[in-house]
Design a protein. Structure first.
Length: 89
C-alpha cells in the first residue's frame, strides 16, 4: 500500500469514527444535536469520508458524505452567527 493510499484510509477511518461518535453521544444524551461540537463532528466526519469515497470512486456515497458535511457546516455557521450576535456574559 502506498503512503497516499494509507493516508486516505486513515482519513476515512477518522471520518467514520467522528460520525459514529457524534451519533453515539447524541443518542446517549451527552451531546445536543444543536451544539457546535456535534455539528463540527458531522462536518469533519462527512468531509473526511467524502475524501475517502471519492478516492475509491464510490460516487453515490460521495454525494451522501458531501451532503452530510454541508448540512453540518451550514448548521455550524448558524450556531456561530447566533453566538456572535448574542455574546454570552
Amino acid at each position: 500500500m502506498s503512503e497516499s493510499s494509507l493516508l486516505i484510509e486513515i482519513i476515512g477511518w477518522t471520518g467514520s469514527a467522528l460520525c459514529l461518535a457524534a451519533y453515539l453521544l447524541t443518542s446517549m444524551g451527552r451531546l445536543s444535536g444543536k451544539s457546535a461540537l456535534y455539528q463540527a463532528m458531522n462536518f469533519l466526519g462527512g468531509a473526511t469520508l467524502a475524501i475517502n469515497v471519492i478516492w475509491h470512486g464510490a460516487y453515490p456515497a460521495a454525494l451522501l458524505e458531501i451532503g452530510w458535511a454541508l448540512i453540518g457546516l451550514v448548521a455550524l455557521i448558524g450556531i456561530v452567527r447566533v453566538r456572535i450576535a448574542v455574546p454570552s456574559r
